[in-house]
Structure formats: structure tokens, C-alpha cells
Design a protein around this ligand. Structure first.
Ligand code: PNS
Length: 157
């Protein structure tokens, strides 16, 4: 069974990576779908975000990385996916995730949203905070995969 794991991945974090590894163990194939939408004003271009995910997942052979635009369920249907994966960190994520899952279900009842909990060691990590910490000179080692850390440091130097 094919699942799609969508997100902005601006940039991919160790929490995302943990969800990817868990998803890849459950589903036969997993497509990580990076949202192209420039309205969210991402720090990295979609090409950079895709490349960072690719560089970070090395070695998981049932995982592909792609980008998408427009409606997520449309993209998932076009790929033949039966499930969407989303990671949940804390109860604060739940409200928005529930809203999205129910909207996606209304749009495409045949596609199920599956929530995965990242390991507790990653529960406080978000792309937004990682960007803020590095911008202010803090240490982000262990919060993002090594290729992302290198790129973030290069961006600041
Ligand atoms: O990593 P993010 O920013 O939390 O991911 C949000 C994402 C990409 C899953 C969401 O914004 C999305 O699905 N966008 C595509 C447009 C769409 O389908 N909107 C309706 C969803 S209810």
C-alpha cells in the first residue's frame, strides 16, 4: 500500500525523519510530498527542500521524494495513494490536524489519514523553532539531519 507524507519540510527535521522511518516500516511505499506553495514564504526553495529530504533519508529504499502544488488529495489520488501520513507531537497539533484530516476525508473519502507519533525525544522540534534558534546563534545539532545542519550553517556564514 502506498502512502503520502505531505508537508512544507522547511527544512526537514529529525522529527520528520523519525516519522518517515516509522511510515516506511508500515507501508510498502512512501512518497514524501513537499508543498511547493510559495505563499508560505519558505526559507528554502522547493528544490532545496526536496534535495535536503533526499540527502537525509539515504538508504530507505521504499521512500521517494516529490513536490506538489494544489490540493493534497488530488495529488494523492493521482499517485494512487490510499493513505496520508501526518506526525503529531503534542495535543496542540491535534486541533489543526483533525480539521485537515476531516476536510481531506470530505474531499476524498477513500483516502485515510494516519497519524504517527514521533519519538518523544523529538516532540519539541519544529522547523520554525530550528530556524529561529540557528538565526540567533544557538546550537541545532541533533535537531536536524546532518545535511540540513550543514546547509543552515552555510546559509548563515
Ligand atoms: O508541514 P505543514 O506546513 O504542516 O504541511 C501542511 C500541508 C502541506 C499538509 C497542507 O498545507 C496541505 O495539505 N496543503 C495543500 C493544499 C490542500 O490540500 N489544502 C487543503 C488541506 S485540508
Amino acid at each position: 500500500m502506498l502512502a503520502v507524507y505531505p508537508g512544507s519540510f522547511d527544512p526537514v527535521t529529525c522529527g520528520h525523519l523519525d516519522v518517515i522511518q516509522r511510515g516506511a516500516r508500515i507501508f510498502d511505499r512512501l512518497i514524501i510530498a513537499v508543498l511547493r506553495n510559495e505563499q508560505k514564504n519558505p526559507l528554502f526553495s522547493v528544490e532545496e527542500r526536496v534535495e535536503m529530504v533526499r540527502a537525509s533519508i539515504g538508504g530507505i529504499d521504499n521512500v521517494e521524494v516529490d513536490s506538489f502544488d494544489g490540493l493534497l488529495v488530488q495529488y494523492a489520488k493521482q499517485k494512487g495513494a490510499k493513505a496520508l501520513i501526518r506526525g503529531i507531537r503534542a495535543i496542540s497539533d491535534y486541533e489543526f490536524e483533525l480539521q485537515m484530516a476531516l476536510m481531506n476525508r470530505r474531499l476524498a473519502p477513500e483516502i485515510e489519514t494516519v497519524f504517527l507519533m514521533a519519538g518523544e525525544a523529538y516532540s519539541f522540534i519544529s522547523s520554525r523553532l530550528v530556524k529561529e534558534v540557528i538565526r540567533l546563534g544557538g546550537d541545532i545539532q541533533g535537531l536536524v539531519p546532518a545535511p540540513v545542519e550543514t546547509r543552515l550553517r552555510r546559509m548563515l556564514s
